[in-house]
Ligand binder design. Structure first.
Ligand SMILES: Cc1ncc(COP(=O)(O)O)c(C=O)c1O
Length: 423
């Protein structure tokens, strides 16, 4: 009989080594908690990196999975799919509240590839086959996914190393630098693409000035303004549209030509989507784009159930309420390891004080970034968080997180930081 191997041994032997994984195996989840193979109960404020919008295995998802799973799981896009059309209606009428058309795919990177194709095709149709309007301007420290289009769009060198030749036609400007954006945009620009709240880059919200400049350049150069809401969308900021939250307290109002989503859009079921305004959606006519698995009856039914539940259970208001509670609690802490708290809604980043962390015994020998060091320490206390860049620890709890889980997280997190500061 062959020897029974642990999950970690099987992973090392049979899976590509492309992920740096924490040495833990989770086998069950319920609500805001996830349980490892040893039975440890862990408070999940990582949610699969902003994926499990309603926590683990919510009843609405189980119901949609079993009901649709017993009816029709897959059907080619050669035919009309009722669940897909209804999901498109939800995106247009409830989320955007603006006329437009939706396309479904399977991931965030794929959704962004769709946006890039949309921008180029729209310029080709509008300005003719000889047009030089092919460039997409994106931001430094952005993250747009791991496909060839995604890594070309991403403004971080580390994702590109070794993958030359990259897809040409991308320019990267410092995030929130309106003048740099103006400098980079030209007649060759087909689109500006950025995250209204940068996630992987360290939880940075777009400034109203940057948004306003992007909007102005859109008019001047007849280009598309496209938002990557893969991480900050689907209700995470307390509004269906992250860019509206970011601009909430300013006198700037900007609406994009196209948007991408994934992650929380399916609550844990893989699905991605793009929306294009009616002004540009016509560029993607028959034969221009497609995906075998994009918007299957099962994916669409589950995603719709998740989004409808977010709307009907008051999760958007809960996001704002819990953000306020967290901010109020953290403001009363006197914690030398934390420099600031930034972000919006339940996409929050604790910015660590590098000098203070450097003084913590064991930190320098760990070989870890400050964020990873703290995430590991918090994990030892049975709570999951996620690094965002080298110095920021992200909280991404479920959107319907109850007071008790927020209170528990505040206690655990503060306890870890105070403990480290006292060493
Ligand atoms: C803003 C943003 N865009 C795109 C992606 C890529 O999404 P996926 O991993 O589903 O391809 C991510 C993933 O972290 C993201 O945060």
């Amino acid at each position: 009989m062959s020897e029974t191997k642990t999950t970690i041994e099987l992973t090392d032997e049979f899976l590509l080594g492309n992920y740096g994984r924490f040495p833990v195996v989770f086998s069950r989840g319920e609500g805001g908690y996830i349980f490892d193979e040893e039975g440890n109960k862990v408070l999940d404020f990582a949610t699969g990196i902003a994926v499990c919008s309603l926590g683990h295995c919510p009843p609405v998802m189980q119901k949609a999975l079993t009901e649709q799973g017993g009816k029709l799981i897959h059907c080619s896009n050669l035919y009309h799919i009722r669940e897909q059309a209804e999901l498109g209606q939800f995106v247009v009428e409830k989320m955007l509240k603006r006329p437009g058309k939706v396309f479904f795919c399977n991931s965030g990177a794929e959704a962004n590839d769709g946006l890039i194709k949309l921008a180029r095709k729209r310029a080709y149709d509008k300005f003719g086959p000889e047009t030089t309007k092919r460039d997409v301007v994106t931001c430094k420290q952005s993250f747009h996914g791991r496909t060839l289009g995604g890594i070309a769009a991403t403004g971080q060198d580390k994702v590109k190393i070794g993958f030359d030749p990259l897809l040409p036609g991308f320019l990267h400007v410092p995030f929130n630098d309106p003048e740099a954006l103006r400098e980079a945009v030209s007649e060759n620009t087909a689109a500006i693409l950025f995250e209204p709240v940068q996630g992987e880059g360290g939880i940075h919200s777009a400034s109203p000035e940057f948004m306003a400049m992007a909007d102005q350049l859109r008019e001047e150069y007849d280009l598309l303004l496209m938002f990557d809401e893969v991480q900050c969308g689907s209700g995470r900021t307390g509004d269906w549209c992250g860019w509206r939250t970011v601009l909430e307290h300013s006198d700037v109002s900007v609406e994009p030509d196209a948007v991408s989503w994934a992650k929380g859009f399916g609550g844990g079921f893989p699905i991605g989507a793009i929306w294009a305004s009616d002004d540009c959606a016509g560029a993607m006519g028959p034969g221009t784009h497609g995906s075998t698995f994009g918007g299957t009856p099962l994916a669409s039914a589950v995603s719709l159930a998740v989004l409808e539940e977010i709307e009907s259970c008051g999760a958007l208001a809960n996001v704002k309420r819990q953000e306020a509670r967290i901010r109020e609690a953290v403001a009363s802490w006197n914690c030398p390891l934390i420099e600031s708290l930034r972000g919006v809604g339940l996409m929050l980043g604790f910015v660590l004080n590098k000098e203070a962390i450097a003084r913590v015994p064991g930190f320098s020998d760990s070989g870890q970034t400050p964020a990873l060091f703290v995430v590991n320490k918090v994990m030892e206390q049975k709570m999951l968080t996620v690094p965002a860049g080298a110095d920021v620890v992200r909280w991404l709890p479920r959107l319907d997180v109850p007071d008790a889980e927020i209170d528990e997280a505040l206690t655990v997190f503060r306890g870890v930081l105070d403990g480290l500061a006292a060493l």
